[in-house]
Design a binder for this molecule. Structure first.
Ligand SMILES: [Fe+2]
Length: 928
């Protein structure tokens, strides 16, 4: 049985009417019944919001409704609660229905209930007068006689009182018997400040309670006279929309789409597209000019349009702002603690990092000894107390162990779990390899299928295409266990390939002071116990700048010099992997690529569309965190540029990766694994895929999670779309998907690989892919950041010096021979780079106390449909099973990539977590 369809109530009589003021424009009025009651609207409401519509600005009763006047009185009770008492309540017609509405409003830091601001007093008075929140019930049905929308039933809601962080408002309506089902509620906020409405519950209807989940900011009518509309929790495909709601469904989407002009204001809810043209700041400094990402030259996904003025020096770039617009409901709700992670990130970026910069005057200073790195965890570093911390102070207290009072303060990091378990693991080759399968970036390792390894770049520019890693090198390193051909045939050879992507940027990057770059290839051999062993690293500098090509193959030999060169080469590869992880695997493939899905969904899918309701929990906070990233992380001169090897070319490189590599169809986990040769289709295998490396923790857990999501989505889709024709005829759905491809990912709109959207299977696959990327994919590459990169020698974000064998001066090489440890420390990030990145990674790895995990909480609209409710409960159950399965795998001595002495168990895809830096937990959405 398909869920919610509005029952058609008989509509024998015209409705109770409503009217409007000139100021407060209704959402749309032209079809409303015509009788005016202007004089009522101009009157102030007396001290009452009692039962029915007696004292309200409703129009006169129709002659066929008999209604006696009420006499009301008001008494003040403590805590400003006003209660209306009806001294001689009389009924309306016998068939009218008395309905009570309870509105729950969240107390927020910056909203109406904030104690800040001059308007608070005025708003309190409005509350006392009972004229602060106007509700109008909207019928789902048209008037059968006129064929027009029925007049709404309206009433002011009266503030009852506050409990903890919630304030309740109450309203009593008398609904005419022929009103039909309630389809929506119009809300007008007559306070001077916005308010955050959680929900509205209507009690008293014969068919039971009507729930309206809002979770939305409602603007002040003084900012925007347009009333807000909230549809009930019943979901409708466009073709099923009750007649009385059709116009409002379209109108609401028009509002959300906006007109595409003007600068967006904070209270607005407009979703629109723009290029990434706000990363640079050419007006501030010439060197902060950055290319526009998006368009033919630098293809890129689109971000949310803010409409700010262009910069003076570059009309194609948008001026920067310290407060980047996102549609109001995408912003963090500002409820105490609810914004934990992002506020913490904001405080780290805006308060702590400047403090670190102040303390470390020499920006090039590296760590003099390895013990100096350890002291960041053991003893702390002196740091001037950050200024202007305000209430961020309490948020920061968990980040740093201690800020002592008086004088300079001690700034101390938590020891990352990896180092806590095994202080020397970062040094070992086994751990270097293991992390390609179970670490922070399990997305880059690939099977070698062809030999010799060849570059696709132009050899005339970049030098010989063929790799310097020869057959002999491989066979020597695998010690004659098998030949190279047998290794390739037996799927034993794997690669981290950062050659072609980085090579064109080597000279550009080397022009930036304090950094360097190579193209790299790292080869691994799969041993009999399913672990990888690194064989060789090739570092390449192409020909250019009047220099010939330079490249060298490093192996882990037994002599001391080779060992130290190997360690240095590993540092370069780790920096490549670290940059690729952050710029491509994390930022581009999750945060950045998903913003268009959110924008398109809000522009094209009604809030009452079942697919919108399926996706909504998976969009939480993403646009806000992305806006913050544009403001302070990925911007010109921001953390990424100043701390990662590619420097100011970082974002441009992510554009190159988008151009060359990003494909929607390959974002599905099974397709991604197959593309990298890490799995093949096998109908007999679990989930129909046989893994090339059986103990591949990310893939093992990921495929289970993928399958659970797919089943839930399939159940959901098949319930709402029993026939494929319903998918093709669903105009909102088709428009959403078209817009994702043609506007959100406009630079890839003509690619042949976009999935078509015709059948239930098509829709299930598209939605599963999106939900996987924002949940499993993001969690796997986000929440291990501090564990694996908090101790930066394990994953330096930048290497600052060339290999000592690349055209060294005699002194440089002698220094390397004399103190190789110092050469490594000099190559690693500077103190300022390392500590800034550590602070940011710790916040990014943190789960806030209000985190919403996948399969954990049922959406109210799902709960109202028994079939969907049961499907979600199955989904939730399957994720609980996955928890147990992951625990069991981590305890299995045979799975050496996740079990062993000092090894961090692979828990990144365990669905649920406690708050904090836990290295587990899959949130519904990209929320940090
Ligand atoms: Fe993230």
């Amino acid at each position: 049985m398909r869920c919610p369809r509005a029952s058609k109530l008989s509509q024998r009589n015209p409705p109770l009417a409503t009217s409007r003021t000139a100021k407060a424009k209704m959402l749309k009025t032209p079809l409303h019944e015509a009788e005016s009651a202007r004089s009522f609207f101009l009157l102030h409401k007396p001290f009452l919001a009692g039962h029915g519509t007696a004292s309200l600005p409703v129009r006169r009763r129709q002659s066929f409704h008999t209604k006696k006047q009420k006499k009301s009185s008001v008494r003040f009770v403590s805590r400003n609660i006003i209660k209306a008492e009806v001294s001689s309540t009389t009924s309306t017609t016998e068939k009218s229905i008395k309905v009570k509405a309870i509105v729950t409003v969240q107390v927020t830091v910056g909203g109406f209930f904030s104690n800040l601001g001059l308007t608070r007093g005025l708003d309190d008075i409005s509350d006392l007068l009972g004229k602060s929140l106007l509700l109008e019930l909207v019928s789902a049905n048209l008037d059968p006689k006129s064929g027009r929308e029925k007049a709404t039933v309206k009433d002011y809601a009266l503030r009852l009182g506050q409990e903890e962080n919630e304030v309740k408002y109450e309203s009593d309506f008398v609904v005419p018997p022929d009103f039909g089902d309630i389809g929506a509620i119009l809300v007008e906020n007559e306070h001077h400040k916005e308010m955050f409405i959680k929900n509205i519950v209507l009690d008293g209807f014969p068919n039971g309670t009507v729930n309206v989940s809002c979770d939305s900011w409602v603007h002040s009518k003084f900012d925007n006279p347009e009333k807000r509309i909230f549809f009930t929790n019943k979901s409708y495909l466009p073709s099923d929309t009750p007649d009385g709601l059709k116009r409002m469904r379209e109108k609401e989407l028009e509002i959300l789409r906006g007109t595409g002009v003007g600068e967006r204001k904070t209270f607005e809810r407009i979703y629109d597209y723009d290029k990434y043209n706000d990363l640079g700041d050419p007006d501030s400094k010439e060197e902060l000019a950055r290319p526009v990402l998006g368009g033919k030259e630098h293809p890129y996904p689109r971000r949310c349009r803010t409409g700010r003025e262009p910069t003076v020096k570059d009309p194609l770039s948008e001026s920067r702002s310290s407060s980047v617009y996102v549609p109001r409901d995408e912003a963090f709700s500002e409820v105490k603690q609810l914004t934990f992670s992002v506020k913490a990130l904001s405080s780290v970026l805006n308060a702590l990092l400047p403090s670190i910069e102040t303390a470390l005057i020499d920006s090039d200073l590296g760590f003099p000894y390895f013990t100096a790195i350890d002291s960041l965890f053991n003893e702390g570093a002196n740091l001037p107390k950050p200024e202007n911390l305000g209430f961020f102070q309490s948020i920061l207290s968990w980040l740093v162990k201690l800020f002592k009072d008086g004088g300079d303060d001690l700034f101390q990091f938590e020891t990352p779990e990896m180092i806590d378990r095994d202080k020397f693991s970062w040094f070992r080759d086994e751990e270097f390899s293991r992390q390609t399968l179970a670490g922070l970036n399990p997305y880059s390792i690939e099977l070698v299928t062809e030999w010799p390894l060849k570059s696709k770049l132009d050899p005339k520019i970049y030098g010989p295409a063929e790799s310097a890693i020869t057959r002999e090198v491989i066979e020597q390193e695998i010690k004659g266990v098998m030949t190279l051909d047998e290794a390739i045939e037996g799927k034993k050879l794997f690669i981290l390939d950062y050659h072609d992507l980085f090579l064109p940027y080597v000279y550009k990057v080397r022009e930036i002071e304090g950094t360097t770059l190579y193209g790299s290839r790292t080869l691994f051999f799969l041993t009999h116990d399913c672990t990888l062993r690194p064989l060789a690293i090739e570092l390449t500098r192409p020909a250019g700048n009047d220099k010939p090509q330079w490249r060298q193959v490093f192996t882990s030999n037994w002599d001391a010099t080779s060992c130290w060169l190997w360690r240095l080469a590993k540092a370069h590869v780790n920096a490549h992997d670290s940059g690729y992880h952050q710029l491509v695997i994390h930022w581009l493939r999750t945060h950045c690529s998903c913003e268009p899905y959110i924008i398109a969904a809000n522009r094209q899918l009604s809030a009452m569309h079942p697919i919108y309701r399926l996706l909504l929990p998976h969009f939480r906070y993403t646009m806000e965190i992305n806006a913050l990233a544009r403001e302070s992380l990925i911007n010109g001169g921001g953390i990424i540029e100043t701390s990662f090897s590619p420097g100011k070319y970082s974002m441009e490189l992510s554009s190159v990766a988008y151009d060359q590599l990003w494909r929607f169809d390959m974002e599905a986990l099974p397709a991604d694994l197959i593309r990298r040769g890490m799995a093949v289709k096998d109908p007999k295998a679990k989930h129909g895929l046989k893994l090339t490396i059986a103990d591949y923790p990310f893939a093992n857990d990921g495929l289970d999670l993928w399958a659970a999501i797919k089943q839930w989505v399939s159940d959901y889709v098949n319930h709402y779309y029993p026939e494929p024709s319903l998918i093709e005829s669903d105009q909102e759905l088709q428009d959403w998907w078209t817009e994702v491809r043609t506007k959100g990912h406009e630079d890839k709109k003509d690619e042949p690989w976009w999935p078509v959207l015709k059948t239930q299977a098509d829709l299930t696959h598209i939605l599963t892919t999106i939900i996987w990327v924002v949940s499993g994919h993001h969690a796997a590459v986000n929440f291990g950041q501090y564990i694996y990169a908090g101790y930066f020698p394990n994953r330096p974000t930048i290497t600052r010096t060339n290999m000592p064998t690349e055209e060294p001066s005699e002194t440089e090489f002698l220094n390397f021979l004399k103190k190789p440890e110092f050469a490594l420390l000099k190559c690693f990030p500077s103190q300022i780079q390392a500590t800034k990145v550590m602070a940011v990674l710790e916040v990014l790895s943190n789960h806030s106390p209000d985190e919403e995990y996948i399969g954990d909480a049922m959406e109210p609209s799902w709960a109202e449909c028994p079939i969907i409710k049961a499907a979600f409960e199955r989904f939730s159950g399957s994720l609980k099973e996955l928890e147990g399965l992951i625990d069991a795998r981590n305890a299995d001595i045979n799975l050496k990539n996740r079990f062993g002495a000092g090894i961090v168990p692979y828990e990144l895809l365990k669905p649920v977590s406690k708050p904090g830096v836990t290295g587990m937990g899959v949130p519904n959405s990209i929320s940090i």
